[in-house]
Design a binder for this molecule. Structure first.
Ligand code: CA
Length: 524
């Protein structure tokens, strides 16, 4: 054999060995992903964001170890649609899941984060709340809380898996964590990376605290009231004055623990009575004015909400401890977010749905050792359409068809490029619970323009001078130029995302049925 030929063969051999090693190394380095996803958790109740209603020391661990996003939003602040966006990286109109109430089952056969990761060799699982009415697709393992509306119960919930429906005994956050750790226990021994969607039910309505928080319940503890608890909404847009969200009118006995918690064992009922019976007796005997009554209801509501978060945070701590004690944190991306925010007495309201800051903003914390500097913050405008593209980029997986969102990884570079972004929002669920009008809008660095198209009403907020969406500037002559610019930006986003001009049809009986159920809930 010629010498040059031998050398060439040798060089090719070396190159192939190096390429093989690189491939092996990159496969080995692909990060695990644990996405901790909760339900209705407002930024104001995460202590990593400061000035919180409740201490969340375990959720805060992710912020301390990574980045806290200070301007993360969802594109449609309602449970199922937000989850469909997490999976697809697409706004509601493109993934087909517009509404909890009439969208029908989520089409899991479309391109999703889970299917792409699974196809690229990841072990995949979803455990806990699902709320998309179809069996999860793209998950090797799924075990989701189950009942007619896929909300499940806080105590003794049923779980549905490929094997069928099974009743469990205990508190939902504890059970979801037990199941998640059990799955991780086998997944960590495989050579392939894993993706776990660890989905909490907490703190969704009706905010039932776990056993420890029932034991610790103190009726005397009082929370600060928001400035707008007694706000008069008359004279504002029709959308605002007609919404059925006022605590004083729409919160139920069940929500504020005037009735026995649902689905409890006798031991759990005893704990429940121990926590609430005396406070309930005092409330029923007191002759409160309307103002005092709202104050009392506000306290019971927000304290229950905070206590349920405490019960969840404790369990998140247990999962993080597991990851740490098994040496998994070095190569695992851990995220914390929620499917939307929540009104906690602002405007006198509870619930979500609006493009307002409190309901469309979400906590977003992300830890990834060696890639994200610990204890940092970002004020980049980001949205839940970005979750899937970010995690796929981290895993080195390219979507087959483009997603609406973009990867957030460039934000973690030492010298990140300027981040220019307008966010699109679209809420469809009307007729629906709480009577919130359909609306779409744009959020820019400084302003928010919202269009309530059923009523042909507009709102414009300057979020620098008015961070709580209180002062509608629309129609004021000094804002004409700004409004014109915002309308152009909104039209551009609608064209970019190809938003259809007409919304999907809603069954004719849907509106009356919702009103009837709301009345029934008030009487219960
Ligand atoms: Ca939710």
């Amino acid at each position: 054999m010629q010498r040059w030929y031998k050398q060439r063969v040798f060089q090719i051999g070396v190159t192939l060995v190096i390429m093989g090693c690189n491939l092996l190394a990159s496969a080995a380095e692909r990060p695990n992903i644990v996405f901790i996803f909760s339900d209705d958790h407002a930024v104001r109740a995460v202590s990593a964001y400061g000035n919180s209603l409740v201490e969340t020391p375990n959720i805060d661990r992710i912020a301390a170890g990574g980045v806290r996003f200070d301007r993360a939003y969802v594109g449609n602040a309602i449970c199922g649609p937000s989850r469909a966006t997490l999976l697809t990286g697409m706004h509601s109109h493109a993934n087909g899941f517009y509404s909890n109430e009439w969208s029908g089952p989520f089409d899991g056969e479309q391109q999703t984060l889970s299917s792409l990761l699974q196809a690229s060799g990841y072990q995949t699982a979803v455990i806990g709340k699902w709320h998309l009415y179809s069996d999860p697709v793209g998950f090797d393992h799924w075990d989701i809380i189950d009942n007619a509306f896929e909300q499940g119960t806080y105590y003794n919930p049923s779980f549905r898996s490929a094997a069928g429906v099974e009743e469990a005994t205990g508190y939902v956050a504890d059970l979801v964590t037990d199941k998640s750790i059990a799955w991780l226990e086998q997944a960590k021994n495989e050579s392939r990376p894993f993706f776990l969607l660890y989905n909490h039910k907490t703190p969704h309505r009706d905010w039932m605290p776990g056993p420890q928080e029932l034991r610790d319940w103190d009726e005397e503890v009082k929370f600060e009231e928001p400035d707008t608890l007694f706000r008069n909404l008359e004279g504002l847009t029709q959308a605002r004055s007609e919404a059925r969200m006022r605590i004083e009118d729409y919160i139920t006995d069940n929500d504020i623990k005037l009735s026995m918690g649902r689905n409890l064992t006798p031991e759990q009922e005893a704990l429940w009575r121990q926590a609430f019976a005396e406070g309930n007796r005092q409330y029923e005997e007191a002759e409160l004015t309307a103002e005092e009554d709202l104050r009392w209801k506000y306290q019971r509501y927000v304290k229950s909400y905070a206590a349920s978060i405490k019960s969840m945070d404790r369990q998140i701590g247990r999962l993080l401890d597991y990851l740490e004690s098994n040496g998994l944190m070095d190569n695992t991306i851990v995220l914390y977010s929620s499917d939307q925010g929540f009104f906690l007495g602002e405007n006198g309201w509870f619930d979500k749905r609006w493009m307002d800051e409190v309901s469309s903003q979400v906590p977003l914390l992300m830890e990834w050792k060696g890639h994200i500097k610990p204890g940092t913050t970002s004020d980049a405008l980001v949205q839940n359409i970005d979750f899937a593209p970010t995690l796929l980029a981290a895993a080195g997986v390219k979507p087959t068809t483009p997603m609406h969102g973009v990867s957030l990884l460039p934000l973690f570079e030492p010298e990140p490029k300027p981040w220019h972004r307008d966010l699109y929002y679209h809420f469809y669920e009307n007729p629906g619970f709480h009577g919130v009008a359909r609306h779409y809008g744009v959020r820019t660095e400084r302003y928010k323009l919202v269009y309530y198209y059923q009523n042909d009403e507009w709102e414009l907020f300057d979020l620098v001078t008015d961070p709580a969406d209180q002062v509608n500037l629309y129609g004021k002559p000094e804002y004409d130029a700004i409004t014109k610019d915002l309308k152009q930006r909104l039209a551009k986003l609608r064209a970019q995302y190809q938003v259809p001009e007409t919304d999907p049809e809603v069954p004719w009986y849907h509106g009356p049925a919702i009103r009837a159920v709301e009345q029934l809930m008030k009487w219960m």
